[in-house]
Every structure is written in structure tokens, then in C-alpha cells.
Design a protein around this ligand. Sequence first.
Ligand code: F42
Length: 327
Amino acid sequence: MTFGIEFVPGDPVLKLAHYAKLAEQQGFDNVWITDHYNNRDVYSTLTVLAMNTNSIKIGSGVTNPYTRNAAVTASSIASVNEISGGRAILGIGPGDKATFDSMGISWDKPLTTTRESIQAIRGFLAGEKVTQDGDMVKFSGAKMAFKAGDVPIYMGAQGPKMLELAGEVSDGVLINASHPKDFEVAVKQIASGAKKAGRDPKEVDVAAYTCFSIDKDAAKAKGSAQVVVAFIVAGSPDMVLERHGIDPAAKADIGAAIAKGDFGALMGGMVTEGMMDAFSICGTPDDCKARINDLLDIGVTQIVAGSPLGPNKEKAIKLIGKEIINQ
Ligand code: F42
């Protein structure tokens, strides 16, 4: 198993560099930085992390093929790879529809666009002259003018077809989920894609990109994760809610409370125990370890601790290091 940590560059980059260094010291293997236009730029952030760490791998978690052309993405991640001495990973997914709507970008054929972009990016990273006439991605003889080195490509995916594609073409999948029930389904879909492409499913690193909250006091850990879980419920497909026995009608109520900024209602019972269990790894170190072990049994190979981490980020990173990674 490897351990990763996710940061949203909503915080100043130097603060994230401090957390990333701390994570490296605690034995984390990977740090992943999210990509949304309204936060700090992902590649600037990765560059600063590269300059402030020595061994931890650093990845985009995840960029998308709509706001940046595949050749630009290849150049950006290859630059980070050079700066970091070969520690870069490219995480790419179809992107976040809500942010695209506000940017005036239409989310046409997200799966096809992701597939064709990865194909082109692999060509650029391998130093090839890329000529491609896809449905969504086209190049005519474009080529990087510098050597990229070896950069693994991970995909952000949840849907059945995206997971199959990840099994076919990626080195790893970052799956926004926390519960064994979701991974039971996902691992099969990834394996089916891998087999279709003649690959061993074990070649694909299966990462649980989770809402994670740890504290010696379980109630405090839960209190920090409730709002994050509310956002996850509000954005989950009905099929996923039903898989966890959650009435999809609750989604509208939670969405309305979020829109009103009524966090009192969210914390006061609207976010149920069942929702917390379905959509977070949360509680004391022992609680978190128990859930991690369940996920590993099902085929997860990387745990990525995502927001909020805990009531205090620094303490949470140290607690994960001491009680889970180095136990
Ligand atoms: N998105 C961001 O914008 N920024 C981030 O930092 C970010 C991080 C992140 C981390 C982990 C993770 O799992 C996801 C993350 N995302 C982030 C979201 C990510 O970019 C994707 O939006 C999300 O993972 C995609 O969700 P999905 O796997 O459910 O895929 C969508 C597109 C979907 O509908 N998939 C369907 C499926 O079954 O998998 C397939 C849809 C399909 O086949 N479409 C056809 C096609 O060609 O695209 C077209 C069909 C038609 O009718 O036109």
C-alpha cells in the first residue's frame, strides 16, 4: 500500500509546501494537488512543492483536457518532472462540469476527450511527433522540444465506462470514494478494462481519494468532516446514494442547505451517520485503520487522505504518520 495526501490550492502555495514537507517527513508517498481555475494554478503549486521536498512524488490530482490543450499539459508536467528530479505524476480526468459551465466551456464527450488526450500526452512524453485525428483531439506533427522523462498517468474516474478506460490506458486511478461497497464495483470495472487491453489489472494503482478526518477525539474528527460529506452527498449520482441506502431525496435538502449557507442544519442532523460512513474515512486512528484495512482487502492499493484531514491539518498529518503509516 502507498499513502497519498491531497491539497486544494485554495490555501497559499507556501503553506501547502510546508504541509507537503511535513507529509514527506511522515512517510507519505504522494502529494496530489487539485486543479480548478478559481484556485491557485496547479503547475505553479507543483513547482513550489518540488523545490521544497526531496522524495515525495508530486501529481496533479486532477487536471482536465478542456481548459488546457494536451500538448500544453504534456509540457507543463514534463517541466515539473525535470524540476523535481523525476517525481512528477500526471493525474487527469474529464473535469468539473460546474466550473466549466461558469467558464463557458461545453463538456462534450468527456470520456472520448479524456481517452484521446491521454493518447496524445503519452506520445508527447515519449518524444514522438504527434499526429492524431480523433473525434475531439487533433494534432498534426506537434512535438516537444525537450525530454520529458518517465511520467506515470493517473485518471480521475467514478463512472463505469471511465473506470474501464482507466483499466485500459492508465497507470493508476484516483477514485473519489471511501467505502468498500464502491470499490467492490470499481475494482471489477478497472479489471475488465485492463483485460480488454491485454493488461494485468495489477499494473493499475487503485487509489481511494477520500474525505479523511482523523483525531484522537472521534467527535472532533466527525465535526470537521460533516460539511465535506454534505458536498459529496449533494454531488453524488442517485445510483451511488442508493448503493449506500441513502434516500436520493436527501440530496435536494442538503443542496438547498448548502446554497443557503445553513451549516447549522447540516451539522445538526441533516448529514446522517450513514452518510458519514458512506463518504468518509473518519474518527480515531483505530477507526481509520479499520476502514483502510477493509479497503485494502477489496483491492485498493493507495489511500489518498483528502480534505479536511482533521480539525487541525498539521496534527492530522503527524497522527496519520505516527499511527497509520509508521505503526
Ligand atoms: N475535477 C476537477 O475539475 N478538478 C479536480 O481537481 C478533480 C479532482 C478529482 C480527483 C479524483 C476524482 O476521482 C475526480 C476528480 N475530479 C476533479 C473530477 C474528474 O475530473 C471527473 O469529472 C470525474 O471523475 C468524472 O466522473 P465520471 O467518472 O463519472 O465520468 C463522467 C464523465 C461520466 O459521465 N462517465 C460515464 C461513465 O459511465 O463512466 C461515461 C460517459 C460517456 O461515455 N460519455 C461519452 C463520451 O464519449 O464522453 C459521450 C456520451 C454521449 O451521449 O455523448
